[in-house]
Design a protein around this ligand. Structure first.
Ligand code: GLN
Length: 261
């Protein structure tokens, strides 16, 4: 569905087929909603913030401007993580999701890997609220613990993880102002990765080395052109091997896997 169809279906409470066969109710309230939605859309508000909904890995997520809208590329991270869990025969993987936002990664992993347990952290209380709601709506609250934490800051030290996963902010600060208007309505805190977009990786990579079990994996989403820098951060941490890069649908390096040894 294109964006306008999505807005119309949302405002008239119908599906795409009904929209085109005229099989929907459009009272004054629906029409007003549609006009307001169009107005927001032309001002650069993303469709998902207008409708309050986004789809990720086939599941429904509530979103609002406190959280990044889940991206299709991030589904690659989830799919490859699931494949890894399977391949390594991890029976009850214990996973940390740093900067969970809407909870898209944590919730979909929990849905698709029925024995995993997850700690999902975020530095924003508003984001955690959205994450908690999404976990509840998808029926997985009992397997995700949400913690308000600036990366590792408040993650209990005793916890050792099979997987540490993160889609940190990675847009270079110097590029932020030229992002499309829609992207700039998302939380800057979830996008702006500092100088060259690399500001968070050093800390995540070195700290994860202490929090991963031997043989556990660090799994990171990365941005355009960051592969060499991130590989060298991983190498200089001295605790990882088997570094693997996965490309996205546009043939851009998007996900990095590294095994803790
Ligand atoms: N993929 C997002 C974008 O290009 C960025 C997400 C992030 O910084 N983690 O807008």
């Amino acid at each position: 569905m294109d964006s306008l169809e999505q807005l119309a279906c949302w405002a008239f409470n119908c599906d795409r087929a009904q929209l085109y066969t005229g099989d929907y109710e459009a009272d004054e309230e629906n029409i007003k909603l549609f006009h307001e939605a169009l107005d927001s859309y032309t001002r650069g508000i993303p469709v998902q913030y207008i409708t309050g909904e986004a789809e990720f890995m086939g599941f429904d997520f509530d979103v609002n401007p406190s959280v990044l809208i889940p991206r299709p590329e991030t589904e690659i991270l989830v799919e490859r993580s699931l494949a890894l869990i399977e391949r390594e025969g991890m029976t009850e993987p214990f996973i940390l999701d740093l900067g969970t936002g809407s909870g898209a990664i944590a919730v979909s992993l929990t849905k698709l890997s029925p024995s995993c347990k997850i700690i999902a952290s975020d530095v924003s209380e508003e984001a955690l609220e959205v994450g908690r709601e999404n976990a509840a709506a998808n029926g997985v609250s009992d397997r995700i613990q949400f913690i308000l934490s600036d990366f590792f800051e408040r993650i209990p030290e005793k916890e050792k993880f099979d997987l540490v996963i993160s889609n940190p902010p990675y847009i270079p600060s110097e590029d932020y102002d030229s992002l499309p208007l829609e992207v700039r309505s998302e939380p800057r805190i979830a996008l702006d990765g500092g100088l060259k977009g690399l500001g968070f990786y050093g800390k995540i990579i070195s700290e994860s080395a202490k929090r991963l079990k031997d043989g556990g994996y660090l799994i990171l989403e990365i941005g355009y052109g960051q592969t060499a820098a991130i590989k060298s951060l991983i190498e200089s941490a001295g605790s990882y091997r088997d570094v693997k890069i996965i490309k996205d649908y546009n043939d851009i390096d998007r996900v990095v896997f590294a095994k803790r040894h």
